[in-house]
Design a protein around this ligand. Structure first.
Ligand SMILES: Cc1cc2nc3c(=O)[nH]c(=O)nc-3n(C[C@H](O)[C@H](O)[C@H](O)COP(=O)(O)OP(=O)(O)OC[C@H]3O[C@@H](n4cnc5c(N)ncnc54)[C@H](O)[C@@H]3O)c2cc1C
Ligand SMILES: NC(=O)c1ccc[n+]([C@@H]2O[C@H](COP(=O)([O-])OP(=O)(O)OC[C@H]3O[C@@H](n4cnc5c(N)ncnc54)[C@H](OP(=O)(O)O)[C@@H]3O)[C@@H](O)[C@H]2O)c1
Ligand SMILES: *[C@@H]1O[C@H](CO)[C@@H](O)[C@H](O)[C@H]1NC(C)=O
Length: 468
């Protein structure tokens, strides 16, 4: 059965048929772009507020929920020609303990270890989707092609949104519908970022991006240059080490001092590829690896968003967004989850609840000008601290103050007190011992207390944390 909010608004003869429930008391119609963790989370919270919102409509390109967590063995394209979204690899386990990776209102099953295999995360999202009865509201196999703002006198703040969506495979099957609110939840780990390295095309071996990495076996005993020491670069270097690959981990951070996997040596960033295909590093040294694996991250892309909304992407920065969430001139659109170096699921939870507090009037936004000013001051403060443009969205330890701030403004429950401390401690353990931190198990005792054990069952000393 088509969802009422879907069918009622469908365009017939280019005219809108708006639902006439009770004049003046119409519920706000919400569109959610994407049914990954962020889209599901947004939908869960709108469904809890049916006093004010019609059940949301979730648009999802693929036939599945879970986005990144839907592992696909193939690379490139699905049978239907669509590009493969997920960058997941076969043996990935989470890098955040389940105790703090979960949505705060839906824990992972008790029997699981703290660091679960990606298949468990997908199961968890399926369970979340069912528990909160979200599935019936998802239009699978449907791509959002355009999100256009329209001025509507009776709309929320005089605004509404026309969304054009199409059958993901047969793009001619397209409809336009009107909504009051848009939640942009399309993810940002699927469009590979390829740095502009001079001569890159001259590399003679196998050139690939971590988006297309699935498992280590094809690289057994090979020489592999891994560029970038983000979590992909580090984790993939470890997997390659296990199959006896000879890895050069080339990156621009301070040399890592923790124990490195066997056969992995560090190098400064690649500066260029020479005429003969040999790779040169910034220190002038050279190498001729069989494989060049770019673990250089991903681009933010919003091809469906009308330029008029003013959301721009520059050097991995998406702006201007008030609280990293709201375009000041169009405050009924919310871009969920653009921040990096965060704990994603709880972050989506807080942002979704904050969006609802804006829409239901619990929190009153300031004027467009004031929000723009706020964004400018925030960016300026970050730049003054020496933060490069491409790192502005990396909230890192600041995420806890951000979460608490939104909860305070929106008047809803913040995360439990142990959350930040446990999460930050895991980061310390990871930095100390990236080879073993995923074997630890955490135990939450109460609102403030938790404990951690290593594989042998020994209780570990909690790290001393600054500022948390
Ligand atoms: C390799 C890897 C490992 C990770 N490991 C962890 C981890 O251990 N722990 C953790 O918490 N996080 C991890 N993350 C982060 C992870 O991305 C988040 O946990 C979470 O999956 C992000 O959810 P999302 O909904 O924002 O995006 P996604 O999961 O990418 O979902 C976006 C959805 O939107 C759909 N979509 C996109 N465009 C459109 C459109 N135009 N119309 C309709 N639908 C659209 C896509 O098909 C997709 O289903 C990892 C990420 C990667 C890449
Ligand atoms: N569960 C797990 O174990 C696991 C495993 C893999 C990934 N993940 C998640 O997946 C997401 C994506 O991670 P990611 O590592 O793919 O992307 P990322 O976090 O964006 O990291 C990309 C890295 O590449 C570096 N880089 C880019 N261009 C470079 C160049 N030309 N020379 C040298 N270095 C360059 C970047 O450095 P600068 O920032 O300095 O530009 C950055 O450190 C993250 O959320 C991560 O947590 C999780
Ligand atoms: C939490 O547990 C610790 C250790 O058992 C105890 O000292 C503390 O009082 C407890 N706190 C709360 C809020 O119950």
């Amino acid at each position: 059965m088509p969802h009422p909010a879907c069918s009622v608004n469908q365009l017939s003869n280019k005219q809108y048929v708006l639902p006439k429930i009770m004049p003046g008391l119409e519920k706000l119609r919400v569109a959610v772009v994407g049914a990954g963790a962020a889209g599901l989370c947004a939908a869960r919270h709108f469904l809890a507020r049916q006093d004010l919102f019609a059940p949301p409509v979730l648009f999802e390109i693929t036939k599945n929920i879970g986005g990144t967590w839907v592992y696909e063995e193939r690379v490139g394209h699905y049978d239907n020609g669509l590009p493969i979204h997920s960058s997941m690899y076969r043996d990935l386990r989470t890098n955040i303990p389940k105790e703090v990776m979960s949505f705060p209102d839906f824990p992972f099953p008790k029997h699981l270890p703290s660091f679960v295999h990606h298949t468990e995360v997908r199961k968890y999202l399926e369970q979340y989707c069912d528990h909160f009865s979200i599935r019936d509201h998802i239009r699978f196999g449907t791509t959002v092609d355009a999100v256009n703002p329209v001025k509507v006198k009776s709309g929320w703040k005089g605004l509404a949104w026309d969304i054009t969506s199409s059958d993901s495979v047969d793009r001619r099957k397209s409809i336009k519908e009107r909504f009051d609110v848009v939640m942009v939840c399309n993810g940002h780990f699927y469009d590979p970022y390829i740095p502009a390295i001079p001569g890159l095309g001259k590399f003679k071996g196998m050139l690939m991006h971590s988006h297309d990495y699935r498992n280590a076996e094809p690289f057994a005993d090979k020489s592999v240059l891994v560029l970038g020491a983000g979590l992909s670069g580090l984790d993939i270097a470890m997997e390659l080490s296990n199959v006896n690959a000879k890895v050069i981990l080339s990156h621009g951070q301070k040399p890592l001092t923790c124990p490195m996997p066997q056969g992995v040596e560090q190098a400064p960033p690649v500066s260029k590829v020479l005429e003969d295909g040999i790779v040169q590093f910034q220190d002038g040294k050279r190498a001729e690896p069989e494989v060049f694996m770019l673990c250089t991250g991903y681009n933010f892309v919003y091809p469906f968003l009308n330029e008029q909304v003013g959301v721009r992407v520059k050097e991995h920065l998406v702006y201007p967004l008030y609280k990293f969430l709201i375009p000041p001139a169009y405050p009924s659109l919310f871009v969920i989850g653009i921040c990096r170096a965060i704990c994603p699921f709880p972050h989506f939870h807080i942002q979704s609840k904050f969006a609802i507090s804006v829409l239901d009037g619990s929190f009153t936004l300031s004027s467009r000008e004031e929000m723009e000013k706020d964004i400018e001051l925030d960016m300026a403060a970050r730049r003054a601290r020496g933060v490069a443009t491409r790192h502005i969205l990396k909230l890192d330890s600041e995420q806890w103050a951000y979460n608490d701030h939104l909860a305070h403004l929106g008047g809803f429950q913040p995360l439990p007190r142990y959350w930040s401390n446990l999460y930050e401690s895991n980061k310390v353990f990871r930095a100390r011992d990236m080879l073993n931190y995923k074997t630890y198990n955490y135990n939450v005792i109460n609102e403030t207390e938790w404990a951690v054990q290593n594989l042998e069952g020994q209780q570990l000393q909690k790290p001393q944390l600054k500022h948390i």
